[in-house]
Design a protein around this ligand. Structure first.
Ligand code: P6P
Length: 332
């Protein structure tokens, strides 16, 4: 039986990989792990508590907010605010950035972007949801509050990113730029334990993930590529939870697409706290992530926190093939 390696132990051991690491990033990752356990506790028993259902309000980008969204948002903020390593956060559930007061006068080096509970419309029907996070080194003056520019850095500037998938088991997958590793929560000991070491995405796969209901609203080049996936008898899997859909592709290969539609001319998914962190992870696992206009996601400039982007992300050979279809069929 393999020895159990907990998330804490793994992060501490990996800290030695970063010669100038002084433990702040380590502490921050561990705090996110604690927040994930707290959120998991509520997500797992949501059906037993009057916490299900809508919170009768919309978030910054007009999405219907579920009560568990608010709970997850609150717990992440509480854990990060008290960590002493985080100068502030940007959340899908908050219009603006949330600077934190310094803890014991310490100048925190990092800021965190997150979607506290992605795919939350699935909560009431017991389908998996996820938390997405990204960590930047702040670029504003360390002796003052964090600034919006700290959060609008390109995805290529992320120092770490990860997600938590609340599914049949609870899995935390993260990268600090040296590969991708996955940790499964063992509820009997309350620890995330290393379960998926050095995750590498297959070069190609048998899955494509797109909301087929919008097919007629996609541009012609996207429809041609989706037809091609169907002609190849690839299997369509679409849960409506980005973390869940991309998680399958990370492990089994495939491509996830959210192109522009008439309703979402710039795409639906948010660049800062959804596309960038997941693209960082997929690239670290050997995959690719581009917009449906063929720009690399991690190179995009964010003009505002809740900026949307189109995305095609997954196995490198499939993303390249999709690129060829866009070049061949796009009228632009
Ligand atoms: P649609 C969930 O609301 C989300 O932000 C992503 O998790 C998911 O991939 C997408 O939206 C689903 O959107 O338009 O297909 O329902």
């Amino acid at each position: 039986m393999n020895r159990i390696v907990t998330l804490d132990e793994f992060i501490l051991r990996r800290q030695k990989d970063f010669p100038f690491a002084s433990g702040e990033l380590t502490g921050l990752l561990r705090d996110i792990g604690v927040a994930a356990k707290i959120v998991n506790r509520e997500v797992n028993k949501a059906g037993l508590l009057p916490i299900l259902g809508r919170a009768d309000r919309e978030n910054a980008t007009g999405d219907e907010v579920q009560k568990l969204d608010l709970y997850a948002n609150e717990k992440l903020i509480d854990c990060l605010k008290n960590s002493g390593e985080c100068a502030g956060v940007a959340s899908e559930e908050a219009e603006d950035i949330i600077p934190f007061p310094s803890v014991d006068g310490k100048a925190s080096k990092y800021v965190v972007v997150f979607d506290p509970l992605d795919g939350s419309s699935n909560i009431d029907v017991n389908v998996s949801v996820g938390t997405i996070f990204g960590i930047y080194r702040r670029i504003s003056a360390a002796d003052g509050p964090c600034q919006i520019g700290d959060f609008l850095q390109k995805g290529s500037e992320l120092v770490a990113a990860g997600y938590v998938l609340y599914g049949t088991s609870t899995l935390l997958v993260y990268s600090t730029g040296r590969g991708v590793n996955g940790f499964t929560l063992d509820p009997t000991i309350g620890e995330f334990c290393l379960s998926h070491r050095d995750i590498s995405i297959p070069a190609t796969g048998n899955y494509y993930s797109v909301n087929q209901g919008y097919y007629l609203k996609f541009d012609v080049e996207m429809r041609r590529y989706i037809d091609h996936c169907s002609d190849l008898n690839l299997r369509l899997r679409y849960i409506g939870s980005m973390v869940s859909d991309i998680h399958r592709i990370l492990f089994q290969g495939g491509i996830f697409l959210y192109p522009n539609t008439r309703k979402y001319a710039l795409g639906k998914l948010r660049l800062v706290y959804e596309c960038n962190p997941l693209s960082f992870i997929v690239e670290q696992a050997g995959g690719k992530a581009i917009t449906c206009q063929l720009e690399r996601i991690l190179d995009l400039e964010a003009d505002h926190l809740h900026q949307r982007a189109t995305i095609a992300i997954g196995s490198p050979d499939m993303v390249e093939e999709m690129r060829e279809f866009v070049l061949r069929y796009s009228p632009r």
